[in-house]
Structures are given as structure tokens and as C-alpha cells.
Design a protein around this ligand. Structure first.
Ligand SMILES: Nc1ncnc2c1ncn2[C@@H]1O[C@H](COP(=O)(O)OP(=O)(O)O)[C@@H](O)[C@H]1O
Ligand SMILES: [Mg+2]
Length: 258
């Protein structure tokens, strides 16, 4: 078993997955992965559909059971903890598909997330309202906060998901294809948002197919195929890697992700 080289970026590791596997019956969705998220950096994962990216995120948030492996947050193993406990420890995520409550306003949808109280330092009601304000301001949703999800575009709905994920002041933010279905301008806004959050020191993991966005946004890149890592390192060199090119453009790959 090899360990990740992302330590070459320097600094501390916030979250680490060691030899993590998730098997669904005979399907080895994730099959022995080592990744580490360096503090205050943006790590990325690329890989064709079905390569196990979303399953890895589900494993990191404890939403699926591990077949084997270890998860470590801030130096402490957490692979036996329940998902809500992991969330309370500051691991926040967005889902690949939009999950908003249709009969609540955008602000209410964002506020719901703050019910996950932090274990280290529970915020006061006033602090929570401020966090919601900051999340809304950051995502540019100020003028839309009283609307309901069905009154705004799909791109805006996705921004609400991100606002909800950051409203808890997470320690680690995991984003599963946050810009899917967005136009170029909206994609750039999300990329800029992630860079701003990095300036604030937030550790992030981004799953996206948009190669340009990944190269522009990520400090370190992992490439997956068939549940395992096929490359990792500096984003530009990972994208150029022969095995990564083959996974995306080879006979089995799909051109639309190139
Ligand atoms: N709940 C599940 N039950 C059975 N198989 C699953 C389940 N979720 C994902 N898979 C399978 O695991 C593999 C990886 O899927 P996924 O993690 O969604 O990949 P990606 O996010 O990279 O597209 C696929 O073969 C998929 O069909
Ligand atoms: Mg996925």
C-alpha cells in the first residue's frame, strides 16, 4: 500500500483515507484508495462516469459502509462514526443532484443546514444568522433569498446547495460536480467562490469533469478509474498523463467528459 504524495504541498493533512474500499456485492466501486486533503488547499478528483468518485465521497462522509480501510480527520480515526457525527466535526458536502425543500425559501433551505451543531464550539443564534448571511453573500444569492427553489434557475439551485454546505463553517468541504448543468459564467463564479474559501483557509475536495476548471482551481489532482487511482500530482501533469487520457478518451471512455 502506498501513501499519497499530496504532502509534497507542505502543511498539515486535514483528512485522510487509507486503503479505502467500498464494494456493492460484486461491484468494487472503490477498491483501495489512498487520498489526503492538505490543510487550506483544494484537491480535485477526475475520472470517467462510474469510476467511483461519488462513492468515495459517500465513504468520506460515512454515508456508505467501508468494505475496508481507515478514515482519519484531524489525526483521529472516524471510520466507525455515524454520518451526523462526522458532519458535526465539520465535514460538509454537496450532492451530485440538487436536494432542496420545494416549499421553503432559499434562505430557509440554507438555514436548515445549520441545525448540524458543531461539537467543538456551538455557535449562538446570532452567529448562525451571520454565517447564513455570509454564505448567501458569498454565493451571490442576496436578492433571491426569499424565493423558492422552483422559482429560480437550475444553476441558482446548485448555488443554494453550496451555500448550505458552507453555512456551517465547515472544516472540510466536499463538492460532487457542483457545476454540472451550469453555464460557463456560473462555473467561473463557483471556481472564484472556491478560491475565496481557500483564502479563508477552507480545505476542499472538488469532483468535476471540466478539465480547465480543475487545472485552474485545484492545487493537487487525483485521477480515478474502476475504483482505483490511476494518477495523482500537480493538476496539469495529471491531465496530460497517458493513463488519464486513455481513461477519458479510450474505447471505454466518453468523449463528452474530455
Ligand atoms: N448504491 C449502489 N449500489 C450498487 N452499485 C452502486 C451504487 N452506487 C454506485 N454503484 C456503482 O458503483 C460504481 C461507481 O459509481 P459512482 O461512485 O457513482 O461513480 P462516479 O461518481 O465516478 O460516476 C458504478 O459502477 C455504479 O454503478
Ligand atoms: Mg458521481
Amino acid at each position: 500500500m502506498t501513501t499519497s504524495n499530496s504532502g509534497s504541498l507542505g502543511g498539515q493533512t486535514v483528512l485522510e483515507a487509507r486503503d479505502v474500499a467500498v464494494h456493492y456485492g460484486g461491484i468494487k466501486a472503490v477498491d483501495g484508495l489512498n487520498i489526503s486533503l492538505p490543510a487550506g488547499k483544494i484537491a480535485g478528483i477526475v475520472g470517467p462516469n462510474g469510476s467511483g468518485k461519488s462513492t468515495l465521497l459517500a465513504a468520506l462522509t460515512r454515508l456508505v459502509p467501508l468494505t475496508r480501510g481507515e478514515l482519519i480527520l484531524g489525526g483521529r480515526p472516524y471510520h466507525h462514526k455515524a454520518p451526523h457525527v462526522v458532519a458535526r466535526h465539520g465535514v460538509s458536502r454537496t450532492f451530485q443532484t440538487v436536494r432542496l425543500l420545494a416549499d421553503r425559501t432559499i434562505r430557509e433551505n440554507i438555514a436548515l443546514a445549520t441545525d448540524v451543531r458543531r461539537v467543538d464550539k456551538p455557535p449562538t443564534r446570532k452567529q448562525l444568522e451571520e454565517q447564513i448571511d455570509v454564505a448567501i453573500e458569498r454565493t451571490g444569492l442576496g436578492s433571491l433569498q426569499k424565493r423558492r427553489p422552483d422559482e429560480v434557475s437550475y444553476g441558482v439551485q446548485r448555488k443554494v446547495e453550496i451555500a448550505r454546505a458552507i453555512a456551517n463553517n465547515p472544516t472540510v468541504l466536499l463538492l460532487d460536480e457542483p457545476t454540472a448543468g451550469m453555464n460557463r459564467q456560473e462555473r467561473n463564479q463557483i471556481s472564484e467562490l472556491m478560491v475565496k474559501l481557500r483564502q479563508d483557509g477552507l480545505t476542499q475536495l472538488l469532483i468535476e469533469h471540466d478539465v480547465q476548471m480543475m487545472v485552474d482551481t485545484c492545487d493537487y489532482l487525483y485521477a480515478m478509474n474502476f475504483g482505483v487511482l490511476i494518477a495523482e500530482g500537480e493538476p496539469e501533469s495529471v491531465i496530460k498523463d497517458a493513463a488519464v487520457q486513455e481513461a477519458y478518451l479510450g474505447t471505454r471512455g466518453s468523449k463528452k467528459h474530455a
